[in-house]
Design a protein around this ligand. Structure first.
Ligand code: AMP
Length: 204
């Protein structure tokens, strides 16, 4: 959390003209729309816990099989457990067997960042409720104090970007997600220094 995966995923998607899939965004949209899924996961997100593997794998399976994913896609925030990664291998191979993603290569990127910096960044993170643009009072400040550059409305904070939930998210990361580093070691894992300036991370 807070290492810059969302920011960089959007840049990569734009640059390579591929689809950006953020499981966090999909879940937050469901919460905002008050769908059955949204009602089911609202409290889990606000507490900084992980949504069940079953739910997110089903979401990703449905999403990657849509036509806009044919040229390729960038997954942002998925997989977050070894089980999700194993399930992803299966659903990806099924899609590939059905003739999708021919000639596409899988790349996994890890953003390395210290816990202190994660807390500093996440508590400074803001977004525009209107156009959804992301800001960070530390790394990507708006021109005018806490107002969107484009819409001029007051910026907001995500429900899970408070100090307490951030600590919980880091704990969950260390326990459930960090084992993926070992899992992907043999899948050409690319390790980047997430503490570098935004543009430098993109370049790397
Ligand atoms: P993110 O926007 O990636 O920081 O995700 C926000 C929250 O959504 C996480 O703290 C989880 O509660 C939930 N979430 C997003 N992606 C996943 C995933 N792959 N597995 C389980 N929960 C997820």
């Amino acid at each position: 959390p807070g290492a810059g995966k969302g920011t960089q995923a959007k840049i990569i998607a734009e640059r390579f003209q591929i689809t950006h899939i953020s499981t966090g965004d999909i879940l937050r949209q469901a919460i905002a729309a008050e769908t059955d899924l949204g009602k089911q996961v609202k409290e889990i997100l606000s507490r900084g816990m992980l949504v069940s593997d079953e739910i997110v794998v089903a979401l990703v399976k449905e999403r990657i099989n849509q036509p806009d994913c044919r040229p390729g896609f960038v997954l942002d925030g998925f997989p977050r457990t070894v089980n999700q990664a194993q399930q992803f291998e299966i659903i990806f191979n099924q899609a590939a067997d059905a003739g999708k993603f021919a000639g596409k290569k899988k790349v996994v990127i890890l953003f390395d960042l210290s816990e202190t910096e994660i807390v500093r960044r996440l508590t400074a993170r803001r977004f525009c409720p209107q156009c959804k643009a992301d800001y960070n009072l530390v790394t990507k400040p708006p021109r005018q104090d806490e107002k969107c550059d484009r819409c001029n409305v007051n910026l907001q904070r995500r429900a899970d970007d408070n100090r307490e939930t951030v600590s919980q998210r880091i704990k969950v990361y260390l326990q459930d997600t960090a084992p993926l580093i070992e899992f992907y070691q043999t899948h050409g894992l690319i390790r980047l220094d997430g503490a570098l300036p935004l543009e430098q991370v993109t370049k790397e």
